[in-house]
Design a binder for this molecule. Sequence first.
Ligand SMILES: *[C@@H]1O[C@H](CO)[C@@H](O)[C@H](O)[C@H]1NC(C)=O
Ligand SMILES: *[C@@H]1O[C@H](CO)[C@@H](O)[C@H](O)[C@H]1NC(C)=O
Ligand SMILES: *[C@@H]1O[C@H](CO)[C@@H](O)[C@H](O)[C@H]1NC(C)=O
Length: 753
Amino acid sequence: EPEYSQHPAPRKLSLYSRKLSIGGGKPKDQMSLVSLFLGPSEGLHSHTLLLDEERGRLLLGARDHIYLLDPDNLARGPRKISWPAPRDRVEMCKLAGKSANLECANFIRVLHNYNRTHVYACGTGAFHPSCAFIEITGHRADGVFQMLSGTVESGRLKCPFDPWQPFTSVLTDQYLYAGTASDFLGKDTTFTRSLGPPPDQHYIRTDISEDYWINEARFISAHPIADTYNPDDDKIYFFFREVSREGNDKSILSRVARVCKNDVGGLRSLTNKWTTFLKARLVCSIPGPDGVDTHFDELQDIFLLPTRDGKNPIVYGVFTTSSSIFRGSAVCVYNMADIRAVFNGPYAHKEGPDHRWVEYEGRIPYPRPGTCPSKTYDPRIKTTKDFPDEVVSFVRFHPLMYRSVYPLTGRPVFTRIRVDYTLTQIVVDRVIAEDGQYEVMFLGTDAGSILKVVSITQENWSTEEVVLEELQVFQVPAPILSIEMSSKQQQLYVGSSEGLAQVSLSRCHLYGQACAECCLARDPYCAWDGHTCSRYIPASKRRARRQDIKHGDPANQCWDTEDSRVEERVLFGVQSNSTFLECIPKSQQAQIRWYIQRPGSEHREEVRLDDRVVHTDRGLLIRSLHSSDAGVYMCVAQEHTHFTHTLVRLTLRLVAHANLDGKPNTGEDPKVEVRHGGEPRQWYKDYLRVMSTHIGSLEEYCDSLWLEKRPRGRGRGIGAGKWKHIQEMKKSRNRRHHRERERQGASVDELPR
Ligand SMILES: *[C@@H]1O[C@H](CO)[C@@H](O)[C@H](O)[C@H]1NC(C)=O
Ligand SMILES: *[C@@H]1O[C@H](CO)[C@@H](O)[C@H](O)[C@H]1NC(C)=O
Ligand SMILES: *[C@@H]1O[C@H](CO)[C@@H](O)[C@H](O)[C@H]1NC(C)=O
């Protein structure tokens, strides 16, 4: 089906570029986009991704279609299943006032591996959700890939009606858990369980009482997590935001909640409802100086970073502010121990719907509400139907924990405020670097871009946010709807309404041609291998891989490689005349020192400055050259902190007046070769060339030093041109500087304009 692999001509091709710097670097890096899948011309709406690294396939749930893609190259031989909504449903949907294009179609929202051969899929079906099994066997290119139309069933309580509503589902042990709205209007929001091995196929859901359980929720994420070594304790943890009414106040709050996997509902009350449901508030805020915190209350996405202990993944959450005035996003990190501690802590209590939640201080029934039934704990309580009535009725009115879950570091690990986008998605990769392990976050925005961020914790536990890259994946600033990461392939799959893009996790070659630049980038994926900035592979025993993520200090890493990229020049000076040794530092904070190594000497010494030898911020001006001024000059920059490196190495050779029309006086230092020499007269051309390349700087300094003495007018004509030249040079220096700052993690809005 080649029409889907190539973009049709009138479509906007989504270019992928790295934002180089403010002040307009051209998008340089179109190689970073590994492949792109655009789908049909009306847009792709790539909502749902199912990456199966083992079987080497990527399923994409989009509008009216499920695509089977090659994770190595999205454009290569895509296959598709067409699954439109029935025509009468589309008509009814339109009659109900919904958008024909954006709502009244079958948007695929559920795609899960069910068993080795089958995938379970659901779509919104033009506000009439339905589900079915998809059979996938054999090779991707020519195997079976079909929808089993005999298995189509209602998708109510499994899939949202509204394609744009946040929604989550997870399939485990053949059970489907879903957080969704259960009706056309999206009023009743609920967390449900369905499917399951036959014949045990009935729904379990949350109680309808909105004041206590779940109210106008937007479900973000759900995950099976074991709590102990006893499988009876296995739970589904899920994350959502909901409207909270406290008295007259109405606000949006984020929640973490959980249910036991073995919950089958209550016997007399809470029949077919969860009897182990508990929820707690998830806080992500910046502590303010006067005790007023800045809250990021609206959960947008969750990513669980696995650890060696399956029971304790690290929980990453992306939040935004609710305020319409203050737009901001933050990433907060939680650990499971803190979440469990809150569920093991006090319950909240509410006298009635119009009251506030307070701490529950009464007697807690046995077994503790929220505990999973297990024969191991109490042989009398085998299932949730064995719970005493008082446990069930306690859960009914006390599903909320009194304490909140706070982030691991007490505050966000990353924030974006005062920018014209918000964060929508997160995936996190754990990267082994030379100086430790780093978590690199890939954050999708609502403007079609991705930020690659690393949060670095220093020895004193202060953290530093470093934005490594900002990738404009899609030219059209539409929200990133889905991201999947393949650690195995080192790829990211990024979906928006524009299409699906495959992007590599690292692009080390972008960090320049030098060890210091590679090091300053502080990208844990990248290291200097002696020749280029390239992917760092920790297992390799290759020495001389240079990296310093923690401090970004090339001094430790690049000290012996620096000299190879030092600018080398030979300069001829005329005795008793002036000369100028130019050296312009890359960064404006750099401190410059000049050293000289005299002919025959083994050591270098710092150049002594006086009236005759003047240090200027563009170089060293030596007035009235002495024969003792000959030697090798080194311009050494000390960058921020303590990184020092040699920028320029200049060999100053002295020519006596008498020799100007003869051969240069090479007697002083036989070791220094006349680099451009050869022909007897060649040296003089070089001499003129060298002098003329420096004349701009000379003029400038002469201007500043002898301004009063010089007759006005002279050199004015040249001056204007030179001034422009100098301005150009300054600009390019500033650009370099910005780039440097950006690499070092300065946020764009901090930079001087
Ligand atoms: C997978 O599940 C489908 C649907 O229930 C069933 O028809 C099929 O036999 C199962 N396949 C295997 C290998 O269990
Ligand atoms: C921690 O160290 C960094 C530099 O490594 C410094 O900037 C910061 O102020 C220190 N923070 C604290 C709390 O000492
Ligand atoms: C050196 O200086 C003298 C006067 O001090 C001047 O006449 C001569 O042109 C200068 N030579 C060069 C090469 O600049």
